[in-house]
Design a protein. Structure first.
Length: 176
């Protein structure tokens, strides 16, 4: 007889069926504000009421290779996850369009990093500070460019340029 587990894809995350998940969620929301003892007593009643559904789910998860206590897994899902989970759908935030850094500034950053990288006291933070002191004209041009692209807040511009410098540094390190 061939081992059936060798033909199956290994499962690492054992999820309940949609029906069982819905039942546990409804139970957890119904008893959301119960104290622990009351919740646990109601859980025992729920297990008795949903005995067939629980037995089928236990069989299914065991066949998939789950070797833990499935009823305990159900209890913990309801008590610690579904009970506190919001039922409101979260609206995704609208992302603004990406504004790339100019290629001239990137070339200046690359040259600066390449020139100073071998210095024993060089770090990305110190390199960035030196870059800002040494390339004032290029930075002024970049600030004007970013302003024309709609980025006007100085803190946001500063953060973008600093992040770009540090990203260029790590790109340099990886391809060195």
């Amino acid at each position: 007889m061939q081992d059936s587990s060798s033909n199956m894809t290994r499962v690492y995350r054992f999820k309940f069926t949609d029906g069982v998940t819905r039942s546990i969620y409804e139970f957890a929301k119904l008893h959301q504000f119960d104290d622990r003892a009351t919740y646990k007593e109601a859980w025992k009643d729920w297990l008795d009421t949903h005995e067939d559904e629980v037995r089928c789910e236990c069989r299914r998860l065991t066949e998939l290779g789950y070797d833990g206590n499935i009823e305990n897994k159900m209890y913990k899902s309801g008590r610690y996850y579904f009970r506190t989970k919001s039922s409101d759908e979260v609206e995704p935030k609208e992302r603004r369009t990406y504004v790339p850094t100019s290629s001239d500034l990137i070339e200046s950053m690359n040259a600066h990093i390449k020139m100073h990288y071998n210095s024993p006291e060089y770090t990305p933070a110190l390199g960035y500070d030196d870059f800002c002191r040494s390339y004032k004209h290029e930075l002024a041009q970049e600030i004007a460019y970013l302003g024309r692209q709609g980025i006007t807040e100085s803190r946001e511009i500063s953060a973008k340029i600093k992040k770009t410098y540090k990203n260029r540094y790590f790109q340099f390190i990886q391809h060195k």
